[in-house]
Design a protein around this ligand. Structure first.
Ligand code: ATP
Length: 235
């Protein structure tokens, strides 16, 4: 579904991602693991069109997308849940979710989509008139995911969904991602919270200072103590 080949990305003259290649097949959950500053957000922002690569190709459903704008990519079915959620704290939960459908002009489609989101996220429906900023961290992450699902993406991309959440809530978020995946959405995420992410991942890549140093099955990486010690800091 997504093929990234020989991608080099930088800011000005500084190169932060060096000639990386990876792929995501339809229906998979793929995690890119890496420490602070490894280049995870840079890669995701480039895939969704917020940043331009210096070199390399990004293909989605067999079409080159590296020159596409973010809104074009949303229409094609790629949707990012950004780092730190970036919900609108002074707007209600309902308004936040509806803002996710900004490219959809058909009001009936928006209503149908909202209905199905509320079925999957009953906690958000109960809190639909509450201000976004008054939700707990875990609920805000659910809200950011629900908002992204409003355009019915085929590839959902998440930047550190576990950031700042208590371990038990992290578990809930990953369970939710597993459910979303079962409903037919392909999932690509970047994480530092290796253990929980690997539990739900089909495959994972380990990124070290802008280079992919390892690829393997999620479970294999999680349970191999040598790999864990070398690359994951026993997280
Ligand atoms: P974190 O987990 O802390 O978010 P990350 O793996 O997502 O880290 P990036 O945010 O992609 O890493 O950053 C990779 C490198 O690129 C870092 O050295 C960072 O300082 C640099 N960088 C990121 N954004 C910019 C920018 N807008 N301008 C210049 N350098 C940047």
């Amino acid at each position: 579904m997504l093929q990234v080949e020989n991608l080099t990305i930088g800011y000005g003259k500084t190169e932060v991602v060096h000639n990386i290649s990876f792929h995501v097949k339809r229906g998979e959950i793929i995690t890119i693991l890496g420490a602070n500053g490894a280049g995870k957000s840079t890669i995701l922002n480039t895939i969704v069109g917020l940043h331009q690569a210096k070199q390399g190709s990004i293909r989605f459903q067999d079409k080159e997308i590296s020159k596409n704008r973010p809104d074009q990519l949303v229409r094609r079915g790629i949707r990012l849940v950004p780092e730190g959620r970036q919900i609108f704290p002074q707007h209600s939960v309902l308004e936040n979710i509806l803002l996710g459908a900004y490219i959809e002009k058909n009001a009936k489609k928006v209503q149908t989509r909202l209905q199905s989101i509320f079925e999957s996220f009953p906690r958000l429906e109960e809190r639909k008139n509450q201000m976004g900023g008054t939700l707990s961290g875990g609920e805000q992450q659910m809200l950011a995911i629900a908002r992204a699902l409003m355009t019915d993406p085929s590839l959902l991309i998440l930047d550190e969904p576990s950031l700042g959440l208590a371990p038990i809530i992290v578990g809930e978020v990953f369970d939710l991602l597993k459910q979303i995946s079962s409903s037919g959405v392909t999932v690509l995420l970047v994480e530092q919270m290796a253990n929980s992410a690997l539990k739900i991942s089909d495959r994972a890549y380990v990124l070290e200072t802008g280079r992919i140093v390892l690829e393997g099955r999620g479970e294999e990486i999680r349970t191999n103590s040598d790999i864990a010690k070398a690359y994951l800091g026993n997280v």
